[in-house]
Design a protein around this ligand. Structure first.
Ligand code: ACO
Length: 703
């Protein structure tokens, strides 16, 4: 493969741009793109290409790429799908770096083959493809608007990456209407080559970008995306809107972009793991973006609410709980800070209630007090309109305090609820970049997003933990299954696999004679369980192939004979490999642990409340592998049934260390061999703290 493609910087900051399919017809996309490039004042060189030659908007039109004297960093392709491949071939001869393909008509309509052919060819010739099926890109650094979206894109520090072109174009319009400045907006379309992870490589270190918004429908190379997102979220807030959450939505997304949407639970959990902020709606995402674009990061977690109304204070308090915003609750210190500035009948407990008689001056003094207190790290200032409201004093008070808080390095968010005058005030201030909302929940949601980002950044860097697996022994087990063309392991093989990973399993041995069975039972200790081992008998209990609660040699001997008799009666020609004698496990808390290769994210790990109700309760949590020990702890804490492990109603705490250990070992096992596609332990029986646990049943599927 040729390697003349340089880094992703040249896609965003090209020195030269060619538009292949530039049209003389002002109604065509190929004209609009040239028009946008020119109108936006792009500083580099532009080369419209069209076999007819001539001029477009004063620019010389070249009949072909071959006629261009310069090296081309970006060649936008705006010709019908059937002509794209030939164009790409011409670009290869001219050593173009990046090929944004605007044209539709590829995998999104089932034409996967043509898309693959183009990308393979491009990559073989050192070129990278953006799209196809995109609206283009906008990038502030060279002032390049190479899109057929709106002409006036407000400059700023929000970068948007979008899988949907139409939505992207609409978001440009919305950004302009809401005065949200953009540092870049780029559409990835069918993501045949360049994907979100590639673009983040540029946007994360990009100085003008303070916040990144991604609209995503389906994930393709999830394992890489996870690695990039984890790093990105440490640097700047990354907000994701994921479409295709509902079953219907997922089908629509699949047919829309030709890529399948990942399962919601897995996606949610992995985004959380990566520190990514998941917005519920475009409006919420925009609110967060605007807030992040101006807000400073807090220095700590303590928030106070300052209000003139009890009701709105309560709503805000509820919202703080929902969005994990911590309210400062040291009553003595609160009183010390706020009693000098709180009117009679007010409250200095958090929320600080300045009462219905509060004027702009009261707010001013309370906000000043909060700003100067080292105990308080952020403020929510709420206002309900009263007869004392006047725009002339509130407007400068709010804006002045916002700027002062910014300088101090403390976040503040405002909410004002009332009639027309209050709405006008809110609108005016928002246009000036002041974070103020009519709805108090929206205000808290912004602060919640800021804190989620703050907490992720503050988390110490975790090293992923893995256990060494004896790969030779592992191979031997897997090869036995391969030889018999099985895509699964037999029960005793699965158990062997767990033993290799040093996961505790019940003591067991396979007996081939009655004497052996009795001897093994004596060695293991009573009570024991006997189970037939036969690939011809899948549902052992149903045919009388299992015997439980065997307390002495006589019972073992009787059960041995009965099992053989039952199995022969069921299937006279069944191959019986032996009878497994195993320790009868005493009851405990049942946990399920699974690891599998997710089609979007690669190796993932799952833990949950186990047993037969797993499907009904769906109380599980996921992570992308590899994980750290802390991740394993967090996974358990996410479970609704976590209190069961801590012990409820006087029960003793369970052996949580064993669960964590098994979780990490199952992860290591999956990562140790590409041949394993699924491992599931259900149940892992967990005993009281210090007494360990045991994996009673395991299922292993092979790739
Ligand atoms: N090299 C250079 N120029 C060429 C070549 C070539 N090999 N082949 C054709 N051209 C010229 C044509 O002569 C024409 O110029 P002209 O108007 O001067 O004659 C120009 O390129 C365009 O070709 P047309 O055949 O006129 O195609 P048209 O402009 O109608 O459509 C387009 C091309 C826009 C790529 C179309 O095929 C398409 O895919 N449209 C959908 C685009 C889209 O929606 N993308 C997703 C965006 S996301 C969203 O939804 C907003």
């Amino acid at each position: 493969m040729s390697t003349h493609t340089s880094d992703i910087k040249w896609l965003f900051e090209p020195r030269t741009v060619a538009v292949i399919g530039a049209s003389h017809d002002p109604n065509k996309i190929g004209y609009k793109i040239v028009q946008n490039i020119v109108a936006n004042g792009y500083a580099g060189k532009v080369f419209p290409i069209n076999p007819k030659g001539g001029e477009i908007l004063g620019l010389r039109v070249y009949p072909s790429v071959h006629d261009i004297p310069d090296e081309i960093d970006v060649a936008l392709i705006v010709v019908p799908a059937k002509a794209v491949f030939q164009t790409v071939q011409e670009c290869a001869a001219h050593r173009v770096k990046f090929l944004p393909i605007i044209s539709s008509g590829f995998s999104e309509v089932g034409n996967l083959e043509e898309e693959r052919k183009i990308v393979t060819y491009a990559r073989e010739h050192g070129m990278r493809v953006l799209g196809p099926n995109i609206f283009g890109l906008y990038s502030v650094t060279p002032s390049l608007n190479a899109s057929f979206g709106p002409r006036d894109i407000p400059k700023g520090n929000v970068a948007i990456v979008t899988q949907s072109g139409a939505l992207g174009v609409a978001m440009i319009g919305k950004a302009a209407a809401e005065r949200m400045g953009l540092s870049a907006i780029i559409s990835v379309g069918n993501k045949a080559d360049i994907d979100e992870a590639d673009l983040l490589e540029y946007l994360v270190p990009h100085p003008q970008t303070r916040v990144i918004l991604i609209y995503i429908e389906g994930v393709k190379n999830g394992a890489r995306l996870v690695r990039v997102l984890k790093r990105a979220s440490k640097e700047k807030p990354v907000i994701v809107i994921k479409a295709g959450r509902s079953k219907r939505g997922a089908i629509a997304a699949a047919s829309h972009t030709g890529s399948l949407a990942g399962a919601t639970e897995v996606f949610d959990a992995i985004m959380r793991q990566c520190g990514v902020l998941r917005a519920e709606s475009i409006q919420e995402a925009f609110d967060w973006c605007k807030f992040f674009a101006t807000s400073v990061l807090p220095q700590g977690a303590e928030t106070v609410i300052i209000t003139n109304g009890g009701g709105i204070g309560v709503i805000a308090t509820d919202a703080c709980e929902k969005y994990s915003v911590e309210l400062y609750d040291d009553l003595q210190i609160l009183e010390k800070i706020f009693s000098p500035v709180t009117p009679e009948f007010g409250s200095t407990k958090n929320p600080i209630d300045l009462t219905g008689q509060a004027t702009a001056e009261h707010y001013n003094r309370a906000l000043e007090a909060a700003r100067h207190s080292a105990a308080i790290h952020s403020v929510l200032a709420l206002y309900c309109e009263t007869a004392l409201f006047d725009v002339a004093s509130f407007e400068p008070m709010i804006e002045g305090n916002f700027r002062a808080f910014q300088e101090t390095g403390k976040p503040v968010v405002f909410s004002a609820l009332g009639g027309e005058k209050v709405e006008q005030l809110t609108e005016t201030l928002r246009r000036r970049g002041v974070p103020i909302f009519a709805d108090v929940t929206e205000a808290v949601s912004c602060l919640g997003a800021l804190y989620a980002h703050y907490h992720y950044r503050s988390k110490p860097e975790e090293v992923s933990q893995s256990f060494e697996i004896d790969t030779k022994a592992l191979k031997r087990v897997l090869e036995a299954a391969r030889r018999e063309h099985r895509a699964f392991l037999l029960a005793h093989e699965a158990q062997q696999l767990l033993r290799i990973a040093r996961i505790p399993v019940p003591k067991s041995a396979i007996a081939r004679t009655l004497d052996e069975a009795v001897r093994y039972a004596d060695e293991i200790g009573y009570p024991v369980v006997l189970k037939v081992v036969s690939r011809d008998i899948l549902h052992k209990s149903d045919v009388g192939g299992v015997a439980l609660d065997l307390d002495n040699p006589q019972e073992v001997a009787d059960a041995y004979g009965a099992i053989l008799h039952n199995c022969r009666a069921y299937k006279p020609d069944a191959v019986i490999d032996g009878i497994e004698v195993s320790q009868q496990v005493s009851p405990g808390t049942q946990i399920i642990i699974g690891a599998r290769r997710d089609p979007s994210f690669g190796p993932i790990l799952m833990v949950g409340l186990g047993g037969i109700y797993v499907e009904v309760m769906k109380d599980v949590s996921f992570r992308a592998l590899p994980i750290s020990r802390q991740d394993a702890i967090d996974m358990l804490k996410e479970l609704k049934s976590y209190p069961l492990l801590l012990g409820v109603r006087g029960e003793e705490k369970r052996d949580i260390d064993t669960v964590i250990d098994v979780l990490l070992r199952v992860g290591s096992l999956l990562l140790a061999s590409e041949q394993i596609s699924d491992i599931e332990i259900n149940p892992l029986i967990v005993y009281e703290h210090g007494r360990g646990g045991v994996a009673v049943d395991a299922r292993v599927l092979l790739a």
